[in-house]
Design a protein around this ligand. Structure first.
Ligand SMILES: Nc1nc2c(ncn2[C@@H]2O[C@H](COP(=O)(O)OP(=O)(O)OP(=O)(O)O)[C@@H](O)[C@H]2O)c(=O)[nH]1
Ligand SMILES: [Mg+2]
Length: 310
């Protein structure tokens, strides 16, 4: 009961979604562990297989099982609920000790948002604008996806209803120039936060990656120490396949954190462990739907809870 109360809003809003993920892993773990065999070698192998199947990756699955086994031996755990608790604690400790706060230092502070095509950048920007407005901050949004006219229109359509302002140039303009102007406007108008929407791109397109690097340099040139946040948006549905491309992005933008979008549609529960370890970056935000309010701070405890739900 205490656990249920501790769950954040987004967890409760996903019945049949994350729950479906949870019932996969949690349900199967329970049925394997409750066969009355205690903590035998065979059981650990089965737990390993289940973790692997839910996209935890080999290294994490091995670590989780090793940690679980150590606890079981040390504390003489035998029954299934004790073993499950040991696994839960191991999972929580994998995600512990990371700074998941969004940095707000700077006047203005800049949050740069990047990722591959369709990962959820513009939606995340609009959700962030809405959230900041709810906190009494009016952000300024730089339409640095100048690649398509439709991208600027989409950004305006999504952001303007939140009350945030959009700074845009013509389609085809230099994205770094848009950012330069947005920073100047934020200074002139006393805006505290500048959100930068960028065009989706493949990590293999050198010229487009360089363009992203240029945006970052323009920000730093105008405002030393910025961007305060360089967020890489990853589509949770794509799962661990996106890790290699994410690494290139991470370097170019100097990523400070990850946004996992579309978590509401993803069945790859263990992916969070893998992505955090492989990229050495904290998941800061999760997208849990298409609505403007469907962005939440990532809460590791609640996440583990939802993974292991029956
Ligand atoms: N279910 C769900 N859909 C999402 C979420 N975030 C974004 N989407 C959807 O994903 C699609 C792409 O979102 P965009 O925000 O346009 O993605 P983008 O990264 O800006 O795309 P490009 O600018 O074209 O690279 C849209 O249909 C969004 O509604 C989420 O958290 N959950
Ligand atoms: Mg976009």
């Amino acid at each position: 009961m205490a656990d249920a109360l501790a769950r954040p809003r987004w967890w409760r809003r996903l019945p049949g979604r994350l729950d479906r993920v949870g019932s996969g892993l949690g349900h199967q773990l329970r049925s394997r562990l409750s066969l009355g065999r205690g903590a035998g070698e065979e059981v650990y192998e089965e737990v390993f297989e289940l973790l692997l199947a839910s996209d935890c990756g080999v290294a994490i699955s091995e670590d989780l099982v090793a940690g679980m086994r150590q606890r079981a031996t040390r504390e003489r755990l035998r029954d299934s609920s004790q073993l499950l608790t040991a696994l839960r604690e191991e999972m929580e400790s994998q995600l512990a000790g990371r700074d998941r706060e969004l940095g707000l230092a700077g006047a203005p502070c800049v949050w740069l948002v990047a990722g591959v095509n369709g990962s959820g950048k513009t939606t995340t920007i609009a959700k962030l604008a809405w959230r900041l407005r709810a906190q009494g901050v009016t952000p300024l949004v730089a339409a640095a996806d100048t690649f398509r006219a439709a991208a600027i229109d989409q950004l305006r359509r999504m952001v303007e209803p939140t009350g945030a302002e959009v700074v845009a140039h013509q389609p085809g303009a230099d994205p770094a120039a848009v950012v330069f102007d947005a920073i100047a406007a934020a200074r002139a108008r006393g805006r505290e936060v500048v959100l930068v929407d960028t065009a989706g791109r493949l990590h293999t397109k050198d010229n487009l990656m360089q363009e992203l690097g240029k945006i970052r340099r323009v920000v730093a040139g105008q405002l030393p120490g910025q961007p305060a946040e360089s967020l890489l948006v990853l589509d949770a549905y794509v799962g661990a396949n996106a890790i290699a491309q994410a690494r290139s992005f991470g370097e170019v933008i100097g990523a400070t954190g990850l946004v996992l979008s579309k978590l509401d549609g993803s069945a790859r529960g263990g992916y969070v462990f893998q992505v955090e370890r492989e990229l050495r970056l904290p998941v800061k935000l999760v997208g849990v739907g298409e609505g403007i309010g469907d962005l939440e701070d990532f809460d590791p405890k609640a996440y583990v809870e939802s993974l292991l739900a029956d």
